[in-house]
Design a protein around this ligand. Sequence first.
Ligand code: UDP
Length: 343
Amino acid sequence: MARILVTGGTGYIGSHTVVELMQQGYDVIIVDNLSNSNQAVLDGIAAIVGTCPEFVQADCCDSAAMDDVFTRYSDIVSVIHFAASKAVNESVEQPLKYYRNNVMSLITVLETMRKHAITNIVFSSSCTVYGQPDAQYLPVDETAPLQKALSPYGNTKQINEDIIRDTVYADKSLRATILRYFNPIGAHPSALIGELPNGVPQNLLPYVTQTAIGLRAELKIFGNDYNTPDGSCIRDYIYVVDLAKAHVKAVQRMLSGDADEPVELFNLGTGCGLSVLEIVNTFMQVTGVKVPYQIVGRREGDIEQVWAKADKANHILGWKADTPIEQVLMSAWQWEKKLRSNN
Ligand code: UDP
């Protein structure tokens, strides 16, 4: 069976994708420098799938290490490149760290792929490239204009998309699939893998679950004076397992030669926007656990509302994010409880 190199495979989305790949019969080699993840994630994957994926601890910016991986695993047929730094605030404070890690790692991966004649790559991009779309572009599809990034993190996604396009244009043997994620949430139904935020969570869901379990005193809801039905911001929250499955579809499409274009681009979202208050209230309803919260001022740089038009992925990839939000929120809660019971 074919082997997929998953960079960042011990991370949140990476680990869920590794599970889906292995369950579809792919062999996997994970390369991760463990800068924002934990090797114990491999045990979680092994407990779900029944076998442990191959793992190399290395930095994707390290050409020699990457060269060695491609040499040792000569059955690699595609790369899924997740490895990246992802904290928006940190990227504002340490832009060079983000440009180095995120841009250099992609360049190194592409260079090494070309050297070893590996022709397929899936790249993790983000809906952040759309910024706040004008009302006429909501829900956003893949043709909506991109906006200047608000953070170095967001900028690395735009730059990396361009690097991929230019590289594939110049090397006709290459194929790439760019996946623009909306807001991934939830955890594997086994509660054996999930999100492991570092320090105080910046994202909504881990903050909600940590407040529900008593680790944080209260959730701060950033603004209720937006131009939305209940005044709080709207996002497209997508179940991480649904998101992971889209990667398998993307790889299969490239490997079977079905791609229409050398670089294909897909939005990965549910097509449905939910407000912060809707998320918090639904979480409390399905779990029966109270989440103390306070409405505070807006968070700088926040986008008012964005959700996906995911028709292209639905039709062309034959994929749909259809796990009900209640189930997704419950999975996040089960994972939080599991995490705390271990500590
Ligand atoms: N949010 C919030 N309190 C928090 C974290 C997030 O009210 O502690 C809101 C945030 O303002 C945004 C939404 O939740 O409207 C999603 O935020 P997140 O950081 O998860 O995703 P992003 O803003 O990057 O889409």
